[in-house]
Write a protein that binds this ligand. Sequence first.
Ligand SMILES: Cc1cc2nc3c(=O)[nH]c(=O)nc-3n(C[C@H](O)[C@H](O)[C@H](O)COP(=O)(O)OP(=O)(O)OC[C@H]3O[C@@H](n4cnc5c(N)ncnc54)[C@H](O)[C@@H]3O)c2cc1C
Length: 302
Amino acid sequence: MFVFFFFFYRIVIAATVDLVVVVAAENVVTIDTSRSVLQARRVVVALSPSLVLDIAFDPPLPVGRQCLGQHAVMGCAIKVFCVYRKAFWHEHRSGSKRPHLAPGVIPGPVLNIFEMEINQQPALLGLIVGDFAREMSQLPKETLACLVMHQYASLFDHVGQADAIPDHVVIRRWTQPTLTKPTDDFSHAPLASAFVTQFAKLPPPPNALSVTDIVVDALDSFYSRGCYANVFPPKVLTSVGSSLMQPVGRVHWAGTETSTEWNGHFEGGASAGKRAAIEVLHALDSSTAETMAGAAQARSKL
Ligand SMILES: Cc1cc2nc3c(=O)[nH]c(=O)nc-3n(C[C@H](O)[C@H](O)[C@H](O)COP(=O)(O)OP(=O)(O)OC[C@H]3O[C@@H](n4cnc5c(N)ncnc54)[C@H](O)[C@@H]3O)c2cc1C
């Protein structure tokens, strides 16, 4: 969540926002965070609508905006990384460079595959999403790893081939969100996520398959509550969808869900941020001189 501090020109990071109070008479928004109480002239809330419900607003948000959050569902996903000694998929035995898929048949749980490198080894990253992800998250990590490696081997026509057996499989699940607020807040969050640290710790390639199942930590899980973004059931966007982007007084909305393009992706988050920033600048246009003077003052303190 970004807060524009036109009064103080400060940046506060790693703070949880709990309360946003709009004092209309004084043209001020007060933001209660886990670190301090802040004041601003405008606020941009860059959160999924369902996570906005964790923040109390005074006065309360309009019904349409609340309704969006109440009906939004956070997606769920599992990422499976298979790390190989060689990129066997470059040697498709049928001569084709594309995965071979019989029409209408998905030979495993992965729906998207990306090629990548992990610790200088070739790897395939597979995404398992939605109902598949919920179902697969019940499986033991070894079973899930075997399903995925078999899927890759069969997609590239390498079933039974030694080079299609990965040295490591790393699984990360965003399927069981933490619903209780962690006692730690952002200020205690480790700088490198457990995920990155785990990759750095991968042991040298063993002969037997090694499967690492990375549990999403409580902080990550509570503040994202799923993956990749909010989705809306039928009739929600057609009834209250206009509230997604509509500013509520001094409160503006960003976040990938408010984007008209690349919704649910980083690109959508970035373009929504730009749109909200422009909105705020327009809103403050009448007091541009004040803003510029404040900015100059802030720069002089750097
Ligand atoms: C596992 C995973 C994999 C993904 N992979 C891809 C990918 O490969 N490509 C792609 O384009 N997109 C991917 N996405 C989607 C992408 O991450 C999002 O679309 C993008 O991050 C959305 O940006 P945003 O600014 O809307 O929100 P976010 O990036 O979610 O930012 C919201 C921030 O608000 C914080 N927050 C939550 N509650 C509070 C609170 N009360 N107070 C203060 N702060 C709070 C959160 O911790 C978070 O940092 C992935 C998402 C996930 C979860």
